[in-house]
Design a protein around this ligand. Structure first.
Ligand SMILES: Nc1nc2c(c(=O)[nH]1)N(C=O)[C@@H](CNc1ccc(C(=O)N[C@@H](CCC(=O)O)C(=O)O)cc1)CN2
Ligand SMILES: Nc1ncnc2c1ncn2[C@@H]1O[C@H](COP(=O)(O)OP(=O)(O)OP(=O)(O)O)[C@@H](O)[C@H]1O
Length: 185
């Protein structure tokens, strides 16, 4: 299982590197804003893009005009992520593992999540960088109430099957530059 995942991670990272491009991102942003429209005003979370991750910042700016938006902050290894309030003008500083975090660390609890990923499949299974951070986080948030977890990715990051472990939390939808994939419940 972990060998499968390591190979899948490397392949997905290479595929993503190969297509990373602002124009492709803009097409995906339009679809993301569309799926987010009914949820404007609800507390939401995005992420600060790193490596060749598709850029969620334009969609986050749309969300931030209407309600609170947070970005993930690693508090500890093997713990859920925290989310700290972000706006397009927030001062940022480097955080652990290479993602920037807001200088003012004001916690919030999102109900709608834009989730970064390396690979996904049509059942909503997701592969990240391997910390298990989002699995623990989505599990903890779902224990509090309804959460909408939307994977954001380039279409080439789709694979036939992501190997699933019991602790994996499924995404409710995946948005790419080509389509919105709503996961059947
Ligand atoms: N933009 C963004 N922010 C995010 C995440 C993310 O996936 N994307 N995270 C989502 O969780 C958290 C950061 N998690 C990360 C976990 C591991 C690595 C990392 O570099 N891992 C090494 C391998 C480490 C190992 O296996 O020992 C690597 O990939 O080379 C980076 C970020 C919080 N913020
Ligand atoms: N809720 C949880 N409780 C305990 N262990 C967990 C939980 N979620 C994930 N893990 C463990 O964390 C490890 C990494 O998980 P996984 O490979 O699914 O990470 P990932 O989804 O790729 O990374 P990330 O979510 O950080 O982007 C796995 O060994 C998994 O067993």
């Amino acid at each position: 299982m972990s060998d499968d995942k390591a190979a899948l991670r490397a392949a997905a990272q290479a595929a993503r590197d190969g297509v990373h491009d602002p124009d492709r991102g803009a097409a995906a942003t339009a679809r993301l804003v569309e799926i987010l429209a009914p949820h404007l005003g609800r507390p939401a979370a995005g992420y600060m893009p790193m490596r060749s991750e598709i850029d969620p910042l334009p969609a986050m700016a749309v969300l931030a005009a209407r309600g609170p938006v947070g970005v993930p902050v690693i508090l500890a290894h093997a713990a859920p992520l925290a989310f700290h309030l972000w706006t397009p003008t927030s001062a940022m500083r480097p955080g652990p593992f290479g993602a920037r975090v807001p200088e003012a660390g004001v916690p919030m609890r999102p109900e709608v999540l834009i989730v970064p990923l390396l690979a996904f499949d049509r059942t909503g299974a997701r592969l990240g960088y391997g910390g298990g951070f989002y699995d623990r986080t989505i599990e903890a948030l779902r224990a509090h109430g309804p959460v909408l977890a939307i994977g954001f990715a380039y279409a080439v990051q789709e694979v036939a099957r992501v190997p699933v472990e019991p602790t994996d939390q499924r995404l409710d939808a995946i948005v790419t530059e080509h389509e919105v994939i709503r996961v059947a419940v």
